[in-house]
Design a protein around this ligand. Structure first.
Ligand code: LLP
Length: 430
């Protein structure tokens, strides 16, 4: 199977984290997001333990909550020692509600207005990751008003193309995120920050992209960011203490996708970090990584009920499920592909386009799902590896209520996010 937490019993029953998908669907309804809490913990530990082995206490893994965000998940990653990367007041409020240590909250985002900055200052979060000069000036002004000093990182665009798909490629010079080094603006940004009396510049941040498979992307990022730290020291006398390389390790959505051995990659990366620092004659900075997808993707599965099977002889055949682009817009947005499994039947597979119930032709979940020929109305189908960027990118398109999120742990299940009701949808209408 695609991932260790997916299996099939002898009678054909599909299981996820050891539990019958059909039983979970009967208990909680469909569409249903399942999240394997034990897998999330395992994924967190790949980062925390590998970094600890190489860098001791001189590192922190920060969960990029945009990948999937709800209070229980924040609690879970926090209990594994991770910090949280938030990009909005909503994500920030979730981290606060989860009781995340404020010192471990990193406030990202390329367009924080004064109100957002004020809210985050009121919450006394650890760090702002400042994206641009206007934000820098606004933050300095608001901190001066409050007579306090705020710790910050600066988001730098290193100009690396990580060969991922365009929409999630953020490290290049022309990115909307951060300030580019190649144009000279990055250095000016850093020097301006060092002149702000109410801001304490703790380090630099860069993020090269998401769903990254290339072997050496992070090493290349280090090769840009570490000499930059040295140059800043030589120019200003200030050795910035920390470096955050962002998130991005890729995950497998289909058997044909490459597998990224994250522990092995981190081994190599930490070695590279230490070697390069020694060569440059600088101390090893406090090292942060910000994974999202690789923490939660394979911990997720979405379960749907089939409503119709449509065969158009000589053309195409569809399996339609209730749900679709409202709970998983990733095919519509990125042509992202998935593995689809039947809930109870195996064998005699045919290719179906698995489509959702939204009024849109592009409401496709997976264009080439292999499902048994006998798939019919009422059957369950499961889409694997939906833990990242599914719930967090879900919408109310066609006024579909959002599915519930059910956590699985040690053979037990519990609701982490309630299923929305029709009343919920109407709540804000006046
Ligand atoms: N840090 C920063 C500053 C980021 O912008 C991101 C993702 C991450 C960390 C986490 O990256 P990850 O480890 O999850 O790759 N919606 C797209 C992905 C967008 C990623 C945006 N930034 C998708 O569904 O593929």
């Amino acid at each position: 199977m695609l991932s260790e937490n997916i299996a099939r019993r002898e009678d054909g029953t599909l299981t996820f984290a050891g539990q019958s998908v059909a039983e979970l669907a009967a208990r909680y309804g469909t569409p249903l997001y399942l999240m394997d809490a034990d897998r999330i913990r395992h994924n967190c530990r790949v980062y925390t333990e590998t970094l600890r082995r190489h860098l001791g206490g001189n590192a922190l893994t920060v969960y990029a909550s945009k990948a999937a965000d709800f209070t229980e998940l924040c609690r879970l990653t926090h209990s594994e020692g991770l910090g949280v990367d938030v990009v909005s007041c909503g994500e920030l409020a979730t981290a606060v509600a989860a009781g995340v240590d404020r010192e471990k909250i990193f406030f990202h985002g390329n367009c924080k207005l004064d109100g957002d900055i004020a809210y985050a200052l009121d919450q006394a979060i650890g760090y702002f990751v400042v994206d641009n000069t206007e934000e820098l000036e606004a933050l300095e002004r608001l901190c001066a008003q409050r007579k306090r000093v705020q710790k910050i990182f600066l988001r730098i665009t290193p100009g690396i193309d990580p060969h991922t798909y365009e929409a999630v490629n953020t490290g290049r010079v022309d990115s909307k995120f951060g300030v580019a080094l190649a144009t000279g603006q990055g250095l000016d940004f850093i020097l301006s920050a060092l002149r702000c009396p109410h801001l304490s510049l703790e380090g630099l941040h860069c993020h090269v992209g998401s769903q990254v498979f290339d072997e050496d992307v992070y090493e290349r990022a280090l090769d840009i960011m570490l000499p930059l730290l040295r140059d800043i020291r030589d120019r200003t006398g200030v050795m910035l203490p920390a470096l955050n390389l962002g998130g991005g390790y890729g995950v497998r959505y289909r058997e044909s996708d490459r597998e990224v051995d994250i522990a092995a990659r981190l081994d190599g990366l930490c070695r590279h970090l230490k070697e390069r620092c020694a060569q440059l004659g600088i101390p090893v900075p406090f090292f942060l990584l910000e994974p999202g997808r690789s923490i939660v993707a394979d911990a997720g599965m979405t379960v749907y009920t089939v409503g119709s099977v449509k065969r158009i002889p000589g053309y195409k055949q569809y399996v339609a499920v209730q749900g679709g682009m409202a709970d998983n817009p990733r095919y519509a947005l990125y042509k992202a592909r998935y593995t689809v499994l039947h809930g109870s039947k195996v064998g005699n597979e045919e290719v179906f386009s698995l489509v959702g119930s939204c009024c849109e032709s592009d409401d496709v979940i997976e264009p080439e799902a292999l499902l048994p020929a006998g798939t019919c109305r009422g059957d369950l189908v499961a889409v694997c590896t939906t833990g990242a960027y599914n719930y967090s990118m879900s919408s109310h398109y066609n006024r579909l209520p959002r599915p519930c999120v059910v956590m699985l742990h040690g053979g037990e299940s519990y609701v982490a996010v309630e299923r929305e009701t029709l009343e919920d949808l109407l709540r804000y209408d006046r």
